[in-house]
Design a protein around this ligand. Structure first.
Ligand SMILES: [Mn+2]
Length: 247
């Protein structure tokens, strides 16, 4: 049986999102997601199930009971107050109901021993859910060059990441490094206690982690492999994820 994989979607309270596509009315909010996430899962043999921000968190738990895996997609910045910092001027839009639901989903997936793949914001919210902290902005808080490189095709390789010895990515990618896109201005600062680094950029930004305590495949990446899903390299990550959801 093909595994059912929940994909957390984006949320925006602004009516413009609907109006621009001629589908919306004044005062409506929107739950939506880029097709890449679904295509990547379908191509790897899974069935994507889109998860909105529920009004009632018990409904998120009910869906989780029926899923075989969970993918936390990219999106807005995580509220810094969730990791004990005040919101600084370089932090972007915050969606509190999404933060809350994703932390519940991540903890619920750990409890149910479900595989989890976090992407971009997904890595960040997983780190925060397990007790880690973030740089609110890589340039401002960590003195790094920009990793928010969006003036190029979405599958363009912007930097390389290396997999330390013991990283499961060496098995998945059959290599000790891979080229990635880079569309993030935040990153993990202090990793949570259950976190192990799976990939590092040349300038030593944490680009992927494994989190212990749940399913062996509780993994997240800072790049956007779904935007590169038609590359042989990054399709391997989705295949490994979907395969682990099948078992
Ligand atoms: Mn990067």
């Amino acid at each position: 049986m093909k595994p059912l994989i929940g994909i957390m979607v984006n949320y925006d309270y602004r009516e413009d999102v609907g109006k621009i596509s001629d589908q919306g009315m004044e005062g409506q909010d929107w739950h939506f997601i880029a097709g890449d996430y679904m295509y990547a899962i379908e191509k790897a043999g899974g069935v994507p199930v889109l998860l909105p921000c529920y009004m009632d968190q018990e409904n998120a738990d009910k869906v989780l009971d029926r899923l075989d895996g969970l993918m936390i997609s990219g999106g807005n910045d995580v509220d810094p107050q969730l990791y004990g910092q005040r919101i600084k001027s370089h932090t972007g839009a915050i969606i509190p109901q999404r933060d809350e639901q994703e932390i519940n989903l991540i903890k619920g997936a750990v409890k149910r021993n479900l595989p989890v793949l976090g992407i971009c914001r997904g890595l960040q919210i997983m780190a925060v859910a397990f007790g880690g902290t973030l740089f609110q902005d890589l340039a401002e808080d960590a003195g790094k060059e920009a990793h928010s490189l969006d003036l190029m095709p979405r599958n363009h390789i912007c930097h390389y990441v290396t997999f330390p010895e013991g990283s499961v990515f060496r098995d998945i990618y059959k290599s000790d490094s891979v080229g990635v896109n880079s569309l993030h201005h935040q990153a993990i600062d202090k990793a949570p206690e259950n976190g192990t680094v799976l990939a590092l950029s040349e300038d030593e930004v944490i680009e992927a982690m494994h989190f212990a305590g749940g399913h062996d495949f509780t993994v997240a990446v800072q790049w956007h492999p779904e935007m590169m899903f038609d590359s042989v390299e990054h399709a391997k990550l989705f295949k490994a994820f979907v395969d682990s959801c099948e078992k």
